[in-house]
Design a protein around this ligand. Structure first.
Ligand code: SF4
Length: 684
């Protein structure tokens, strides 16, 4: 009755969860969001949302939201004023820099914050503290994508648009369970299948896409390079390569062709675990397709050979000329709503905004002139290097809306290291597992409480519109950053995020034509270089962003930790449909929590039987890093000898088990394979 008598405002905005960037409408009554509904006109979601989107408002007014700055005194948090918090924060960071040098300060920016906030964050760290120690969780998902695709093609982003999937006649999904992680994109892929496209899924697990695919290739863990090399060798043996594309558009092919001599079908099949017949069939299917598209995700990137894996994917697409046209391309699916934007904005230790390298004197002079201060020359530390150096090289750490105590590998070690810092400041909307370790906690705002832009996985920059105010004394992150910048003496006198976007456009060629006034109704896809540029639905038409596409011979290395008699299983971590990343938001949503409230491990029935485990039993999963107790879920969706644990549950954190083995190029940890042990837990 109350809702029926209230005036309802309808605020069009963007989903706060995955990188699909679906449009949604928040229904607001008397300052409270009472419902979420779909945006019928949105060009990507077209009136659809997944379960997370439909319930996007449910955590916003949660009673446990942070409402004032909190200072830890004698191990207890006490409320302090914003003035005290801002002064104290900057005193502590300046003290660390003065005593130990600028690189003693580091910052983790956030894929959940807007482009404008990410831009200000990296500007604060670079111009305010003169260090490039700024990174964010893209390191833990698509670090290899950025490294390899930038090297091979000149751009680390999805080459095509989400709409393109529906027009492809062959789609290969490598290590992506988009049905759970990017449901709206999966809808487009199924639309293509309904029109006759062939779906090929490469995944050790029998996921929903795998069950619906024409070909499911349950590749051995970490063996994507042998599989792809086997496919390429077969394509060459059959003369199915696109010779004119290779000769006119690429370089480095001779070395690649030579390297493929070492990958006869028998070797590829033996290491990948896929039969020669199946490798040949899918290779021919991809090469013969008029328009073939590749989708990939964490199954490719989260390996110690992650960067090499992405190079292998790029090699395959270039060999067959499946790039630079609609309905084709290489399409890394970005996991978080603004992980693309956070990268675009230079929340990376080696790039200023727009992927302009920090080591380039010309780039530095441009930003120095605009920001009025000298900028650091040396690339900074990555996420994993920051936590590894905490308390030693890194003395003061600012974490904005990230939760490494859930997202980083080997969290026992992360906790130990964060505890050694001189000063840890966390800005978030809830008291997260990481915020609990902080010296100072600043209350930020969520997606519904701010104005700005997010950039989706298809490079679409979209407007985020404020629907309600943050609770209590909490402030939007843009305002907090402005206060911190001014306290440091920087010119952070911005009055609204649109001014920040204008500054971004002036310094960042790929965003050169983007301004708030051009983003209604449904955004622009970068590169958008001038005011009359309509944006770019697909990249690399006629020429690659780097000129010629580069074949890079990928070195195959097996996972760093393989099963042995003490730890006989391969453990894989990942996401599930109704939860999002570290669970900060979805686990506080009643509807989503009800859908899946208990941590679980997927076990093959054969393995369960050997260990005397039945459905719903408590089990202990252990690795050399730690052990967790959770509920057994028996399914043939995992291979015998493997276990799958979602990483959303703080009460049984999957990352207590994972290890810190890193890809040497991108520094991504190997979340997709480590050795584990399984035991029945009687006291569950
Ligand atoms: Fe939100 Fe992604 Fe679901 Fe779309 S697919 S509603 S962006 S979580």
């Amino acid at each position: 009755h109350w809702i029926q008598t209230m005036k309802i405002d309808y605020i069009k905005t963007i989903c706060p969860y995955c990188g699909c960037g679906c449009g949604l409408i928040l229904e607001v009554a008397d300052g409270i969001i009472v419902n979420t509904r779909q945006d019928m006109d949105h060009p990507v979601s077209k009136g659809h949302l997944c379960m997370k989107g439909w319930n996007a408002h449910e955590f916003v007014h949660h009673p446990k939201r942070l409402t004032s700055p909190l200072l830890k005194i004698n191990n207890q948090f006490q409320k302090i004023s914003w003035d005290e918090a801002i002064t104290l924060a900057m005193e502590k960071f300046k003290a660390a820099a003065d005593t130990h040098g600028p690189d003693a300060v580091a910052g983790l920016s956030s894929a959940r914050c807007s482009n404008e906030e990410n831009y200000l964050f990296q500007k604060l760290i670079r111009a305010g503290f003169h260090t490039n120690n700024v990174d964010h969780c893209a390191r833990l998902c698509h670090g290899p994508t950025a490294a390899a695709m930038t090297r091979a093609l000149g751009s680390g982003a999805m080459t095509n648009s989400i709409d393109d999937f529906a027009g492809a006649d062959c789609i290969i999904m490598f290590g992506s369970n988009a049905a759970e992680t990017h449901p709206i994109i999966m809808g487009q892929i199924y639309e293509a299948c309904a029109k006759g496209a062939t779906l090929i899924v490469v995944d050790p697990r029998t996921t929903e896409p795998a069950k619906n695919a024409k070909f499911h290739l349950p590749v051995n863990f970490g063996a994507d390079i042998p599989l792809i090399n086997g496919m390429m060798r077969h394509i060459l043996d059959c003369g199915l390569e696109d010779r004119s594309f290779v000769s006119q558009r690429t370089e480095g092919f001779e070395a690649m062709e030579q390297a493929l001599e070492l990958w006869p079908m028998e070797r590829a099949a033996q290491i990948s675990g896929i039969s020669p017949e199946k490798i040949a069939q899918v290779a021919e299917c991809y090469a013969r397709a008029q328009n073939a598209s590749i989708v990939f995700c964490m199954g490719i990137t989260q390996h110690t050979c992650g960067t090499a894996n992405v190079h292998a994917v790029c090699n395959l697409a270039m060999l067959c000329g499946q790039l630079g046209r609609p309905f084709t391309g290489i399409n890394p699916l970005r996991g978080q709503n603004n992980v693309q934007g956070a990268c675009d904005m230079g929340a990376l230790p080696d790039f200023l905004p727009g992927y302009q390298g920090v080591t380039s004197p010309d780039v530095r002079s441009k930003f120095q002139a605009a920001w009025g201060t000298p900028l650091p020359v040396t690339p900074g530390l990555t996420v994993t290097e920051m936590t590894a150096g905490a308390g030693e090289t890194v003395r003061a750490l600012y974490i904005m809306a990230e939760n490494p105590m859930m997202s980083d590998p080997d969290i026992h070690s992360v906790k130990n290291r964060l505890g050694k810092l001189d000063f840890l400041m966390v800005q978030d909307i809830f008291m997260t597992e990481t915020a609990r370790l902080a010296d100072l906690v600043l209350p930020g705002a969520c997606f519904a409480e701010k104005t700005g832009t997010f950039t989706s996985t298809e490079r679409r920059v979209q407007l985020l519109r404020k629907a309600v105010s943050p609770p209590g004394e909490a402030m939007d992150d843009f305002s907090i950053l402005c206060c911190l910048g001014k306290e440091l003496g920087l010119d952070f006198n911005y009055t609204d995020p649109g001014q920040v976007m204008d500054e971004i456009a002036g310094l960042t060629p790929i965003y050169g034509g983007i301004g708030f006034s051009r983003l209604a109704p449904h955004g622009l896809q970068w590169p958008c270089v001038s005011q009359d540029d309509p944006g770019t639905p697909y990249l690399h038409h006629q020429t690659f962003s780097r000129g010629r596409g580069l074949f890079v011979v990928p070195d195959y290395t097996p996972p760093m930790e393989i099963p042995d008699p003490d730890y006989p299983f391969t453990l894989v971590t990942g996401r599930i449909f109704c939860h999002y990343h570290t669970g900060t938001m979805t686990r506080r949503s009643p509807t989503l929590s009800q859908e899946s409230s208990t941590p679980f491990v997927q076990i093959h029935p054969q393995d369960a039987q050997v260990s005397g485990i039945v459905q719903g039993d408590g089990v202990r999963v252990s690795t050399r890093r730690g052990s967790i107790v959770l509920s057994a879920r028996l399914t043939r969706d995992v291979k015998p000898g493997s276990l799958f644990v979602p990483f959303h549950f703080a009460e049984a954190p999957a990352n207590a088990l994972t290890h810190e083995a890193l890809d040497p190029v991108s520094k991504i940890p190997e979340f997709k394979a480590c050795a584990a042990r399984l035991e029945r837990e009687d006291k569950y």
